[in-house]
Design a protein around this ligand. Structure first.
Ligand SMILES: Nc1ncnc2c1ncn2[C@@H]1O[C@H](COP(=O)(O)OP(=O)(O)OP(=O)(O)O)[C@@H](O)[C@H]1O
Ligand SMILES: [Mg+2]
Length: 361
């Protein structure tokens, strides 16, 4: 088990900068998820850590040793890919045994290890089968078993669950997480699924355009997004945003005005235009009663669309030119087309600098 440190990594493909000065320190035994939209450089970052790609700039350390240019097989890593890379012509047993055979591990030890990994992943009954006789989830378990038998110092996983159906994905993500806890193997896991990231990670690194926009626990990136990108990317449905002008004492979005409390005046001093964000669950229909602790800013709009999701309902509220998304419990019934007054919770507002897109508050 090792710690992993990336220092100013850069990887270019022609004109595309796939990885743009990434620095990241991952603790020994930690589970870090790289999360971001398609094309943001997740796979490339993982391939740099594995040694399948070499960086144009920067360094990679495992503990204190510089592995930047070390070939993959000397790094003691295992990788699990999105497409379950199990060999079709080999049985499950041989698939799992394969990386140990390459390392010339004695057959009796191989047998012991295969049994151990197969039991951990609950595929002990399947060892004589061929991949075409397995379900998607079983194949993915074989791929994970094969990755852990060599007891890697670092486990790298690139969207390993994206080929599975929703239910199986949910089961597998908790299994992989529990397995990682047991093995205490330093793990870097790539996904573009925010729920998967938030459920599995000790810390999530949110990426965009080759850069890390923020790294933190689920709680941190959700409640204290460091910039507009993270605020808009994390959370479903997404955060509502308004542009607002700041004068001495007033914040004016054109839809609502707020007299700034003393402490906010100081924080916002010097800013002219800001972006105000509020999550759908921090907006409450006034007629339902405003929950205790909410400092309300009232707004009225017309119900434009309703998305019933069972336990929750998302109301699209049309206010002037904008649509405000409001999340309410599924038990709350509201009719399309009617007027609705809502209260935004002042305490839950996020404020970003329009120019730098960084969080001010
Ligand atoms: N071998 C390559 N040659 C040229 N460009 C590449 C190569 N590999 C990746 N890229 C480009 O680098 C950028 C980052 O790609 P990468 O595969 O790392 O993204 P990703 O975050 O894993 O995306 P996805 O979620 O779609 O898998 C993309 O613009 C991609 O087109
Ligand atoms: Mg990828």
């Amino acid at each position: 088990m090792v710690s992993v440190r990336l220092e100013n990594l850069v990887k270019r493909f022609g004109k595309v900068t796939a990885v743009d000065h990434i620095s990241l320190a991952i603790k020994n035994g930690e589970f870090v998820v790289l999360l971001g939209p398609s094309g943001c450089g997740k796979t490339t970052t993982l391939r740099l850590i594995s040694g399948l790609e070499l960086p144009d700039e920067g360094r990679i350390y495992f503990d204190d040793s510089d592995v930047t240019y070390l070939p993959p097989k000397e790094r003691n890593i295992s990788m699990v890919f999105q497409s379950y890379a199990v060999w079709p012509h080999m049985t499950v047993y041989d698939n799992i045994a394969f990386p140990m055979r390459i390392k010339k591990v004695p057959e009796d030890e191989i047998k012991r290890k295969v049994k151990w990994a197969a039991e951990l992943l609950r595929i002990g009954e399947l060892l004589d089968r061929y991949p075409h006789q397995l379900s998607g989830g079983q194949k993915q378990r074989v791929a994970v078993a094969r990755a852990i038998v060599v007891e890697p110092a670092v486990l790298l996983m690139d969207e390993p669950l994206s080929n599975l159906d929703a239910l199986l994905r949910m089961l597998m993500r908790s299994e992989i997480k529990k397995l990682q806890r047991r093995l205490k193997v330093t793990t870097i896991y790539v996904t573009h699924d925010q729920v998967e990231a938030m459920v599995m990670a000790d810390r999530v690194a949110v990426m965009n355009k080759g850069r890390i926009m923020q790294i933190g626990t689920t709680e941190e990136i959700y409640n204290k997004p460091a910039n507009l990108f993270v605020a808009g990317f994390i959370g479903s449905p997404r955060m509502n945003f308004f542009e607002a002008s700041v004068s001495d004492t007033i914040l004016d979005t054109g839809y609502f005005k707020m007299k700034l409390p003393e402490e906010m005046k100081q924080v916002l001093e010097g800013y002219e235009t800001v972006i105000v964000g509020i999550r759908p669950e921090d907006i409450h229909p006034v007629e339902r009663g405003i929950p205790p602790g909410v400092k309300p800013i009232e707004l009225e709009g017309r119900v434009d669309f309703i998305e019933p999701l069972g336990s929750d309902t998302i109301i699209h509220l049309k206010i002037g030119e904008i649509l405000l998304l409001v999340k309410v419990p599924g038990s709350y019934i509201v009719e399309m087309g009617r007027k609705l007054k809502v209260a935004l919770d002042f305490n839950k507002l996020h404020i970003f600098d329009k120019k730098t897109e960084k969080a001010i508050l």
